[in-house]
Design a protein around this ligand. Structure first.
Ligand SMILES: NC(=O)c1ccc[n+]([C@@H]2O[C@H](COP(=O)([O-])OP(=O)(O)OC[C@H]3O[C@@H](n4cnc5c(N)ncnc54)[C@H](OP(=O)(O)O)[C@@H]3O)[C@@H](O)[C@H]2O)c1
Length: 334
């Protein structure tokens, strides 16, 4: 009896500790501990990382976090001038660890799947090999689910899913030959929680989890690692570029310094910590997002009840730091 009492008390303490830690940390509890006590990104020094969407936001700041650690970089996106700016900044923050030849800029549209192999081989020719692929390029969406044109659903899946899957297969061919490699994908908390007013985006990010959890299960016991990086709201240009419900339209949303968002710098650092520690899935976000994700996974009924009480407008405000007033009105005011 005493034995079961001790086990029960231990479980209770563990639960209390996790609840408290999830309130304090800006990431899941495991990642928070790895950030303080795990391997430092410096352990990646000398490795080669290929990053998509490195010209701004989370991709740019992941590049800086890796450059600080002395990781050689392949920076890709469509805007080559921005990539050159990021390259020069990477050299500065590397503090003498990286020079011009250690950072390769490849202008690349990830939607051109037929070019993936050529670009990846360019990186292999330059560095001899690639150790890590970070699939980060992507765009969000703001729209009412029922209004979304199916063309927009297709375009979101082309960018946020099929481009990622295709480039990852190209990288895997190389990783399989070497017997090692690391595939990281920037997903989103929207890939775990159902985010309202982003139907195709939420669908695309959930699809990413399906694809890469499946791959991880195939590669168990090998030296090929898969990491899903799931940020919550982060200060980037994301809302300006987001899809709406109509083909060819952008949301043109903006952020304010007072918004409740993580900085792209912090997100880039946490991405580097998750990669060096070979975490399978990492969550990042300011309070109350972490406790919400834990509740949604461990107590789904409680989460549904909470969401029924709070309503979709609550999640919208949590995500965009403003009241939901409908998208036609918003596009007039922004
Ligand atoms: N910001 C957030 O709140 C948030 C939250 C959760 C997840 N995320 C995820 O974070 C990732 C990066 O987004 P971000 O917030 O950093 O936004 P961002 O600043 O707009 O960056 C998006 C990046 O993707 C690139 N990109 C877009 N379309 C591309 C294409 N067709 N080909 C090549 N590159 C392309 C852009 O570069 P070019 O325009 O130069 O091509 C840019 O570098 C996305 O996967 C997003 O889903 C963001």
């Amino acid at each position: 009896m005493l034995f079961f009492g001790i086990i029960g008390f231990g479980v209770f303490l563990y639960g209390c500790f996790y609840t408290l830690a999830s309130v304090i940390f800006d990431c899941d509890v495991r990642l928070g501990f790895l950030d303080k006590f795990g391997k430092s990104p410096r352990r990646l020094k000398g490795k080669v990382a290929f990053i998509t969407g490195a010209s701004s936001g989370i991709g740019e700041h992941t590049a800086y976090a890796l450059a600080k650690a002395g990781v050689k970089l392949v920076l890709t996106a469509r805007r080559s001038l921005e990539l050159q700016r990021v390259k020069q900044q990477c050299i500065v923050v590397s503090n003498g660890q990286l020079e011009e030849k250690d950072i390769l800029v490849i202008p690349m549209d990830v939607l051109d799947l037929s070019s993936h192999k050529t670009h990846f081989q360019h990186a292999i020719r330059h560095f001899g090999h690639v150790d890590i692929l970070i699939n980060n390029a992507g765009r969000s969406q703001r729209a009412n689910w029922e209004n979304i044109d199916i063309t927009v659903d297709r375009q979101m899946f082309e960018l946020n899913v099929f481009a990622v899957v295709n480039l990852s297969r190209v990288a895997l061919e190389h990783f399989n030959k070497r017997g090692q490699g690391h595939l990281a994908v920037v997903s989103s908390l929207a890939g775990i929680l159902g985010a309202p007013f982003s139907g195709s985006y939420t669908g695309a990010k959930h699809a990413i989890h399906g694809y890469f959890n499946g791959l991880r299960a195939e590669k168990l016991g090998t030296q090929i690692h898969v990491t899903l990086l799931c940020p919550g709201p982060t200060f980037t240009n994301f809302l300006a570029e987001a899809f709406t419900d109509k083909d060819g339209e952008k949301h043109h949303g903006s952020t304010k310094p007072t918004d409740k968002r993580m900085t792209a710098e912090r997100c880039g650092h946490l991405n580097a910590v998750a990669i060096v520690n070979k975490v399978g899935e990492a969550w990042m976000g300011l309070f109350p997002l972490m406790p919400m994700v834990y509740v949604s996974i461990y107590f789904p009924n409680l989460y549904s009840l909470g969401m029924r009480i709070l309503g979709p407008q609550y999640l919208y405000k949590l995500r965009d730091s403003k009241e939901y007033t409908g998208f036609t009105e918003m596009s007039k005011t922004e």
